[in-house]
Design a binder for this molecule. Structure first.
Ligand SMILES: Cc1cc2nc3c(=O)[nH]c(=O)nc-3n(C[C@H](O)[C@H](O)[C@H](O)COP(=O)(O)OP(=O)(O)OC[C@H]3O[C@@H](n4cnc5c(N)ncnc54)[C@H](O)[C@@H]3O)c2cc1C
Length: 293
């Protein structure tokens, strides 16, 4: 199928893009890498009248470290995330996760901003942003808003962005001393969207978690920052404590069923991921992390 007829314009700057979005409202759509937008248009799931191509706006590009903050421009492509030495040093969780996003041809075009604005609940990058406690920077004609990643994702393909705003950048706190991370997903084939996944960032001190952020994906309508983590912080984790955290996780997840897996299968996989994550981060073999899915 082909997309319905549409008009196309290339924005020359952020200001220009915001003017176009303000003038055309819900009838316009931003084009970034096109890897989600174009398939959706070709399937006629959406039929915008105007495409505003932001792909040439230089001010939306770039990876920079300033003090304790790593800033990633919205137009940073997946392949650039994968190859960046700054990201490998300061946010290695992202380097590991991005290798699971689609395939090289898609990673060559797809962008960070597009992935976050698209907000597929089975997507890797939104969960990483929640795990890393990122701030999403968005701009409209009336100014800039800074939104915590865990509040940015509001539902399936839904975010706090309005149709007149652009996602400009993401800011991440750089990894601290004693930082550790975990990423794993279950997918039918490498590069497919996950059936269930977990991105985690922790601070481990003297064999305990001083901080632990567990962001599950593909098990709810958005990335889930699990409260179960609270049961595991500042305690000597035992199998009983881990089982307690697992029960809390079970209560807070709302997985869906689809052609890939039932809701109960997704719950089971999430609990397997939790055990593997805690075992790996604490370097313990007695916590059930070797359990197979
Ligand atoms: C076969 C296939 C497999 C894939 N597998 C995966 C996978 O395993 N995991 C995964 O995470 N993704 C996967 N993707 C999606 C891919 O990662 C996309 O690149 C990404 O979701 C969207 O990025 P994009 O730059 O292409 O955005 P686009 O397609 O250009 O845009 C996506 C949406 O975001 C909006 N948008 C884009 N940029 C901005 C901005 N700066 N401000 C405001 N709104 C904006 C657009 O209007 C549109 O609604 C897959 C895609 C394909 C085709």
């Amino acid at each position: 199928m082909k997309a319905a007829a549409f008009s196309y314009t290339r924005a020359t700057s952020v200001v220009n893009a915001l003017e176009l979005l303000a003038a055309h409202g819900d009838r316009a759509k931003v084009l970034s890498g096109g890897q989600s937008l174009m398939p959706a248009m070709n399937l006629r799931l959406i039929s915008p009248e105007l495409i505003v191509d932001i792909g040439e706006i230089a001010e939306l590009r770039g990876i920079a470290v300033r003090g304790d903050i790593l800033t990633l421009g919205a137009l940073t492509r997946h392949v650039e995330l994968l190859k960046s030495p700054e990201i490998a040093t300061h946010a290695p969780l992202l380097t590991e996760a991005i290798a699971h996003v689609a395939h090289p041809a898609i990673r060559n075009r797809g962008t960070l901003g597009g992935s976050l604005a698209h907000a597929d609940p089975a997507s890797e990058l939104p969960a990483c942003m929640v795990a890393l406690n990122a701030t999403v920077v968005v701009r409209g004609q009336t100014g800039e808003r800074r939104i915590a990643a865990e509040e940015f994702f509001t539902g399936i393909y839904e975010t706090a962005l309005s149709a007149q705003e652009l996602l400009i950048a993401v800011e991440l706190p750089v990894a601290q001393e004693n930082s550790a991370y975990f990423f794993h997903e279950f997918a039918r084939r490498h590069g497919d969207y996950a059936i269930a996944g977990l991105a985690a960032q922790a601070i481990v001190h003297a064999d305990r978690f001083a901080d632990l952020r567990l962001a599950f994906f593909a098990v709810g309508d958005r990335p889930v920052l699990a409260n179960a983590a609270n049961r595991l912080v500042d305690v000597a984790v035992t199998p009983v404590i881990l089982a307690d955290a697992s029960a809390v996780l079970d209560e807070e997840l709302q997985p869906h069923k689809d052609h890939q897996a039932s809701a109960s299968m997704r719950r089971h996989l999430a609990k397997v991921l939790l055990a593997r994550c805690i075992s790996a981060l604490l370097g313990r073999t007695d916590l059930g992390g070797g359990e197979s899915a």
